[in-house]
Ligand binder design. Structure first.
Ligand SMILES: Nc1ncnc2c1ncn2[C@@H]1O[C@H](COP(=O)(O)OP(=O)(O)OP(=O)(O)O)[C@@H](O)[C@H]1O
Ligand SMILES: [Mg+2]
Length: 261
């Protein structure tokens, strides 16, 4: 949650988290829905905004029958025939946490529109060399977009569907370290996510004995999203001042994963 100055008053402002990776199937919807369901369990007014024409997050939302705080859905997917999106994109005024689910392969104006809304970005990445390479290139392209620097948007990466000890992530971790970007956590490949998705819930709404390990792994994401935007504070005490970095510089971390030049 953030506050903005309006005249003499401080007004609560929505905290907007964009979950994005141009690579398909990396876990964007899974992170989005589980984040939203956690905030719902805390009675925090939450809206999920789905930019994906497949509407997976909104489909999950429609499957929700559990009691408790409601999660609002906003459909931001480009409409056929250029239909106006503004009504379906409405975010209720009391929203404190806005989670934005991006479609695969997003770029150009749609990506810019999402960045305009975002205070922070989570990039889930699956543990394959192809996914890691594609994600590194996506991060580079993202950092070259002026809005990230101008608006000081924070960015962090999450490893998703980790099966065992995965040395395949080491090059990615080196790459992120070289940019000073946090690697928040490793989410295991678990049936709990599949079952939760089918039932329209999140792992935090499951029986604790069924998803204790998953909840513990997911917690660093929640802490990071819930942390202050102030550069002095974050979930792990590490917030990246993107504006202060020179992103076009090549670093040793980039070449170690065959970064596109
Ligand atoms: N940690 C996990 N453990 C088990 N299954 C997972 C996990 N994360 C994602 N999945 C499953 O993998 C599939 C793809 O995940 P998800 O839909 O979240 O990816 P996505 O990035 O949103 O995909 P798309 O690019 O198509 O929008 C889904 O069936 C989902 O249930
Ligand atoms: Mg998705």
């Amino acid at each position: 949650m953030q506050f903005v100055d309006v005249g003499r008053e401080k007004v609560m402002r929505v905290n907007a988290t964009l979950v994005v990776n141009s690579k398909g199937g990396s876990g964007k919807t899974t992170i989005t829905t589980n984040l939203a369901s956690y905030f719902a369990t805390q009675d925090i007014p939450t809206t999920v905004m789905d930019y994906d024409p497949q509407g997976s997050s909104l489909h999950w939302l429609r499957a929700r029958t559990c009691p408790g705080a409601r999660i609002y859905g906003a459909n931001a997917a480009p409409q056929r025939g250029g239909r106006i999106r503004s009504v379906e994109m409405h975010v209720p005024a009391d929203t404190q946490q806005l989670i934005i689910d991006a479609p695969a392969g997003v770029s150009g104006l749609l990506l810019q529109e999402m960045l305009n809304r975002a205070d922070r970005i989570i990039i889930p990445v699956a543990p394959s060399a192809i996914d890691i390479h594609a994600t590194a290139n996506f991060i580079r392209d993202l950092l070259l977009v002026g809005r990230i620097r101008a608006r000081n948007i924070q960015l962090a990466v999450v490893a998703n569907r980790v099966r065992s000890s995965m040395p395949v992530y080491q090059p990615l971790e080196r790459f992120l370290n070289s940019l000073g970007l946090p690697f928040l956590t490793r989410i295991s490949d678990s049936d709990a996510y599949v079952k939760a998705a089918e039932a329209g819930i999140g792992i935090f709404e499951m029986d604790p004995s069924a998803a204790a390990a998953e909840c513990a792994q997911f917690m660093p994401i929640i802490e990071w999203v819930g942390s202050q935007r102030d550069p002095a504070a974050s979930g792990d005490g590490k917030v990246i001042d993107l504006a202060s970095r020179r992103w076009t510089e090549r670093t040793p971390g980039l070449s170690s994963i065959g970064f596109r030049s």
